[in-house]
Write a protein that binds this ligand. Structure first.
Ligand SMILES: *[C@@H]1O[C@H](CO)[C@@H](O)[C@H](O)[C@H]1NC(C)=O
Ligand SMILES: *[C@@H]1O[C@H](CO)[C@@H](O)[C@H](O)[C@H]1NC(C)=O
Ligand SMILES: *[C@@H]1O[C@H](CO)[C@@H](O)[C@H](O)[C@H]1NC(C)=O
Ligand SMILES: *[C@@H]1O[C@H](CO)[C@@H](O)[C@H](O)[C@H]1NC(C)=O
Ligand SMILES: *[C@@H]1O[C@H](CO)[C@@H](O)[C@H](O)[C@H]1NC(C)=O
Ligand SMILES: *[C@@H]1O[C@H](CO)[C@@H](O)[C@H](O)[C@H]1NC(C)=O
Length: 459
């Protein structure tokens, strides 16, 4: 009798541990519970709020930028679910790293901080501005002013002297990558420009958005068919590295949707064409066999795998796909089904670790309820963001200065962003081969074999 009971108890315990979270995509409470499950696991890694620790810092191997990215995800978590559990921790960490000068350039980070790193924190302050996240105390830098400070600082770093423009990856000459102009730095700068343009109505930001897009395209970082490559090297004739990452497509997609939203006539048609083109090509980030499931195509399927940073990219790609459905509502019918199937598969991996609810990395593997053994902040954040993104239908649009928003700005902070050398607008009216604008996602693979080999050689 006793033995039998033990056996039954053991079986029950195993059963509990192995049953994955069954997300009901039509039930808001189920979606919130799924996002919460992933968020709780993510925050097990964070202890910056505890005495003796530094607010806004994750322990290794996580770089400083990923905390800014994570705080942005948690702002969305609050906004989507209404759950403010993490808000004080987010506020504390944000303010500590932003610094009293509002520049988001903490002295401790001079060996790791590039333009993209700084921008991920500024994207979080922009989200706070647009979502009405609680304002900092009045003696601290305010969300909008910080966003403008970072924007203006980056505008002064625009470098026409090499490869005809663009931001370098690194801010400081002593860091590796100072000679590289990467797409994510320029994409973040682009998206900040588009969001500030909409929020403030100041056309200077719109001019910058055009200038950044145009350079990204002319330099070959954006292809004719809307692939987003990794970056270019100014010491080897501006040669482009052709790796494609989901977050770069996401950055330019949402930014283009913001521009589509605030323009009219032929300008709007120009941005719509870009939204449609990027969206179609974004199909490369959904697995060719599991066609509705998001994956980081260049690293997840291969033995070398994804590094710590790369494991978090699906979080931002999900975030910006969802945002696109607000700024260009006609895209919702294309985007939402992909987010739904991805979120179901994503939560299906959250059966791992010693807690039995640790989320994995490879959602596309097709064995729902199985964990691939990968774990970390990026894995948890990606599941949290893809899940909470399902709550976007019916949510209020991002605030603007005229509607809903009340964060205090400072357009001149950080250096003044005017640059008279705006490039001519590129004519993108030529139709792209094989493109069915707005109709579908591509079902291509992300790279040719050659591209894959290059990835292995350069990383
Ligand atoms: C709010 O979020 C916290 C942390 O993620 C979670 O533990 C808690 O259960 C959530 N509350 C509700 C009502 O969902
Ligand atoms: C920089 O490092 C010092 C020493 O560890 C710490 O006290 C301080 O809070 C850190 N500052 C930031 C902004 O992280
Ligand atoms: C600013 O907006 C937020 C979000 O709508 C609101 O909660 C807050 O009370 C507002 N603050 C002021 C000072 O108006
Ligand atoms: C540099 O690139 C340009 C444009 O692609 C090309 O015409 C030129 O031959 C290249 N120079 C070298 C040294 O590779
Ligand atoms: C711009 O965004 C708002 C808010 O989501 C939306 O109601 C409106 O339809 C969008 N404009 C266009 C042209 O799609
Ligand atoms: C518009 O933004 C630019 C760039 O930041 C700034 O220099 C200018 O003062 C702003 N104009 C207004 C009216 O706020």
């Amino acid at each position: 009798m006793r033995w039998l009971n033990l056996a039954a108890a053991w079986t029950a315990a195993c059963a509990v541990r192995s049953v994955a979270f069954e997300l009901d995509v039509n039930d808001k409470d189920s979606i919130k519970a799924g996002a919460t499950l992933a968020a709780d696991g993510m925050m097990h890694y964070y202890s910056g709020n505890l005495p003796g620790n530094i607010p806004g810092i994750l322990p290794g191997p996580y770089y400083w930028w990923e905390v800014g990215a994570m705080f942005g995800g948690l702002m969305d978590y609050w906004w989507y679910t209404g759950n403010d559990t993490w808000n004080d921790i987010v506020m504390q960490g944000m303010l500590h790293q932003i610094g009293d000068d509002g520049m988001v350039m903490p002295k401790n980070q001079t060996t790791t901080e590039g333009n993209d790193d700084q921008a991920f924190w500024a994207i979080a302050t922009m989200m706070a501005t647009e979502r009405g996240f609680p304002n900092p105390p009045s003696n601290k830098p305010q969300w909008l002013a910080v966003t403008q400070t970072v924007f203006n600082l980056q505008a002064t770093r625009w470098d026409d002297a090499n490869c005809n423009g663009g931001l370098r990856w690194q801010i400081f000459t002593w860091n590796n990558g100072y000679n590289y102009k990467n797409t994510v730095s320029n994409g973040c700068f682009f998206q900040l420009a588009t969001r500030l343009a909409r929020y403030t109505g100041n056309s200077t930001y719109e001019d910058w958005a055009n200038k950044i897009w145009d350079w990204s395209f002319e330099s070959g970082l954006i292809s004719e068919d809307y692939r987003f490559y990794d970056g270019l090297d100014i010491t080897s004739n501006c040669t482009v590295n052709h790796n494609q990452w989901s977050y770069n497509a996401g950055l330019y997609l949402a930014g283009s949707a913001f521009m589509y939203n605030i323009t009219t006539g032929s300008e709007q048609a120009k941005w719509k064409k870009r939204v449609d083109g990027i969206l179609w090509m974004a199909g490369v980030f959904f697995h060719p066999q599991q066609s509705d499931i998001m994956y980081e195509a260049i690293c997840e399927p291969y033995p070398r795998g994804c590094n710590t940073d790369q494991k978090s990219f699906k979080a931002y790609f999900s975030r910006w796909l969802a945002l696109t459905t607000q700024m260009a509502p006609y895209t919702a019918e294309i985007i939402m089904p992909k987010l739904k199937t991805s979120a179901v598969a994503a939560l299906g991996t959250c059966v791992g670790g010693t807690d039995g609810v640790t989320c994995g990395l490879k959602w596309y593997k097709g064995d729902w309820g199985a964990w691939d053994g990968s774990y970390g902040v990026g894995e948890q954040m990606s599941v949290m963001e893809v899940a909470q993104s399902l709550l976007i239908p019916g949510m209020p649009a991002p605030f603007t200065a005229d509607f809903g928003g009340n964060s205090t700005g400072d357009p001149a902070a950080g250096g003044g962003g005017d640059n008279p050398q705006l490039n001519a607008i590129v004519d993108l009216s030529r139709p792209t081969a094989g493109q069915k604008a707005g109709a579908a996602f591509a079902t291509l693979t992300v790279l040719s074999m050659t591209g894959y080999m290059v990835y292995y050689m350069v990383t």
